[in-house]
Design a protein around this ligand. Structure first.
Ligand SMILES: [Zn+2]
Length: 155
């Protein structure tokens, strides 16, 4: 496992760390609250449905449609994906698609944001905790690609 800090200066992404910590704490608090109080099966069903729509928007929308352009979709479906992708805290679709395209174009190279050569934890979650020069460079490099990206949902 390569130490990510050895390859570049470490810039910890405190906002992401704080956000992830707080959302997980809120999730735990929600489980404790639900266990300690009366909750209906309808609430559980709503949570399962919401989770399903969020996962569908990430996999079918952000990944297959916006990053890979694997199929065409109506503006209504694109807006649905954008709304539930936002609800699942995936960040802006343009950023997600840009990161993913870089990941496929530069798989396992230094600039791959999810480079498995930096270790299992880096590839799966560690990359969320650091701001790397590669992350900064990719933003500049791909800005032109998404110059008119705001129209992504409309066309
Ligand atoms: Zn992909």
């Amino acid at each position: 496992m390569t130490d990510p800090a050895a390859a570049s200066p470490v810039r910890i992404y405190w906002e992401n760390i704080l956000f992830l910590a707080l959302t997980h704490l809120a999730g735990l608090a929600g489980i404790v609250y639900a266990a300690a109080s009366h909750f209906s099966l309808a609430t559980l069903g709503l949570a399962a449905g919401w989770l399903t729509l969020c996962m569908l928007s990430t996999t079918g929308g952000y990944h297959r449609l916006f990053a890979h352009r694997a199929y065409r979709a109506s503006p209504v479906l694109r807006i649905f994906y954008l709304l539930f992708g936002a609800a699942s805290f995936q960040g802006p679709a343009l950023r997600w698609a840009s990161d993913h395209r870089i990941h496929h174009a530069l798989t396992d190279e230094e600039a791959d944001p999810h480079n498995i050569r930096k270790g299992f934890w880096w590839a799966h979650i560690g990359w969320l905790f650091y701001r790397t020069p590669a992350n900064t460079a990719k933003t500049t490099r791909h800005q032109g690609t998404f110059r008119f990206g705001i129209l992504l949902a409309a066309c």
